[in-house]
Design a protein around this ligand. Sequence first.
Ligand code: NAD
Ligand code: DAU
Length: 350
Amino acid sequence: MSTILVTGGAGFIGANFLRLLVPRHPEHRFVNVDKLTYAANLASLAPIAERDNYALARVDIADEAAVAKLFADTDPDVVIHFAAESHVDRSILGPGEFVRTNVHGTFVLLEACRKHWAGRLDGKLFHHVSTDEVYGSLGPEGLFTEETRYDPSSPYSASKAASDHLVRAWGRTFGLPFKLTNCSNNYGPLQFPEKLIPVMILNTLERKPLPIYGKGENVRDWLYVEDHCEAIWRVVNEGALGETYNVGGNNEMKNIDVVDRIVELVAEATGADLEELRALKVFVTDRPGHDLRYAIDSSKLQRELGWTPRETFESGLAKTVRWYLENDAWIDAVRTGAYRDWIAANYGDR
Ligand code: NAD
Ligand code: DAU
């Protein structure tokens, strides 16, 4: 039995990860380490909240004393580090929290691992969940490989790049056992409605404008969230120590094409008039420093560990639209702030 700390387990990818892995692995104890920021939602964890091998620790990873106590209390074998400020637009409006959580928070966790595991590193692992945005922007050709030079554009991607460098430095200098994954854009159930796909689904349903940055020609490589979670678990269990694996969907799309497909799927699912929905599209001021194109070469992960994505973009997007149509309570809580009131009432003084 291992104790696995999953930081950021109440966010989009972390919650999907826990929902997949906790029921499948009763032999492991999963501790969700989350500060419960605006991006967290405990309703996402309802299906596993009562399981014997799951626990929640409300901890800020940038709080050294709280993290030291957490390590002493739980004695983890593995840390899977999802926790981060994750939204590029927010990082442009307020970069400070990104440096605090993504850079300082990662440093605090690495130091906690180094101290807590001193002299007994066998079987221990720090797995860092990172992004393809550390590589900057591609032109019309080429793919990001694990050897691509770092060239981050936004405060978010710069903070993630810094955290990747810290992880590798703790490996080289202090011998900390680590692995890294850098993944492309995720989509799927439980994603906070600030990212492209949930914004477009919910705005279409509510007949609100669909704000497309610039000309909608930026390209992202979309991966269904569960495929990302399976890739992380594969790397945690079978990947080589000290290695980096790129994870991607091999599914490049222009933003405008993603929006068009969402509009069609919502029209099909609800019987709404397609032309009325299409008319909601508006082209708005571009994001400063907007990376033109991301595309991932995940052949190392496929070749060495046999991972392939299960979901196509078509099947994954259809599932995602259905999920947002069927989960009003989750959406209302996120939108109205009822969830944040609940956190304040139940966790306010902890
Ligand atoms: P998210 O914003 O949905 O969730 C982040 C979670 O981290 C939240 O539950 C939040 O409460 C928690 N958190 C934030 N600050 C914290 C702190 N100081 N202490 C403890 N917990 C804190 O993010 P996500 O989209 O689920 O992304 C998870 C990870 O995956 C991030 O590291 C992100 O960089 C990486 N990633 C995301 C994508 C994507 O497309 N979303 C792609 C590649 C990599
Ligand atoms: O590539 C991985 C990254 O993908 C992750 O590391 C980040 O955490 C995640 O947020 C995501 O970053 P992006 O900036 O690519 O995702 P976002 O959903 O914010 O935007 C996707 C594209 O859509 C991008 O080109 C900007 C554009 N966009 C976004 C929003 C929210 C719009 O045109 N309109 C919008 O309203």
